[in-house]
Ligand binder design. Structure first.
Ligand SMILES: Nc1ncnc2c1ncn2[C@@H]1O[C@H](COP(=O)(O)OP(=O)(O)OP(=O)(O)O)[C@@H](O)[C@H]1O
Ligand SMILES: [Mg+2]
Length: 227
């Protein structure tokens, strides 16, 4: 089992972007990596083509249809809320153990996109952090460059480390409203020891990013996925 969990310091931070980028570019270099988005909320079958799941399928060169969506996102909820809250609206509950077991059943090099932030509720008594701990796998933490992002990133890092999670790297993905990418990376680094901090500029769609621009990201991801 070689898993890499893509976690975020919050929602809408760049987890799908980073997962799709890594999937597409690693596969372009001949690595047979796969991406999963096991739990997705805010999912609307009528706009499935723009879902996180569809972006990951496209990065794997897979067709987007009901079957392929269900294959990498078995837990789909309509409301754009934390999974347990979205599930409640549908009179459903989130089976935490089933999610962990399903993820563990994948053997190949697999990247798993989380949901929301590190401490977002997953089920009524488990968070995304519990999910990560249950998988005992390394994490790539995605943070942003908006005002306040440094605190959010360091808080997420502290939470992960407090539970003994191996943080393989921090990807600082440039936010739409940015205080500056280089400035954020420079300000973050003194507070982060032993973890690679990687800058990812707001470069457009993942397809437009060149392989040489993500060499550092590849090195970090491959170290985890090769284990
Ligand atoms: N480095 C980047 N360059 C260009 N666009 C980016 C970058 N990072 C994020 N984005 C864009 O920002 C938006 C939010 O990113 P994304 O959907 O990856 O976040 P997320 O953390 O996966 O959100 P969610 O919590 O909904 O899963 C998307 O439109 C995405 O394309
Ligand atoms: Mg996403």
């Amino acid at each position: 089992m070689s898993l890499l969990f893509i976690a975020g310091s919050g929602t809408d931070i760049g987890k799908t972007y980073v997962t799709a980028l890594l999937t597409r570019t690693l596969r372009a270099k001949g690595h047979d990596v796969h991406a999963l988005k096991p739990v997705i909320s805010g999912y609307d079958p009528t706009t499935m083509d723009t879902s996180d799941t569809a972006l990951l399928l496209t990065a794997m060169d897979d067709a987007v249809d009901e079957h392929s969506i269900a294959a990498i996102s078995p837990w789909r909820f309509a409301a754009p809320l934390a999974p347990n809250m979205a599930a409640r609206i549908e009179d459903r509950t989130v089976d935490f153990n089933a999610i962990v077991s399903w993820c563990k059943a994948h053997s190949g090099p697999v990247m798993i996109e989380g949901v929301g932030g590190v401490m977002s509720p997953l089920s009524d008594d488990k968070t995304v952090l519990d999910w990560i701990v249950g998988l005992t796998c390394p994490v790539l933490l995605v943070g942003g460059t908006y005002l306040g992002a440094i605190s959010h990133t360091l808080t997420a890092l502290a939470a992960l480390r407090a539970r003994g999670v191996q943080v393989a790297g921090i990807v600082v993905s440039e936010s739409e409203a940015s205080i500056g990418l280089a400035e954020t990376v420079d300000a973050l680094k003194p507070f982060v020891t032993g973890v690679a901090v990687l800058a990812l500029s707001r470069a457009g769609a993942p397809e437009q990013v060149r392989l040489d621009q993500v060499a550092d990201l590849h090195a970090v991801a491959l170290q985890c996925l090769a284990d």
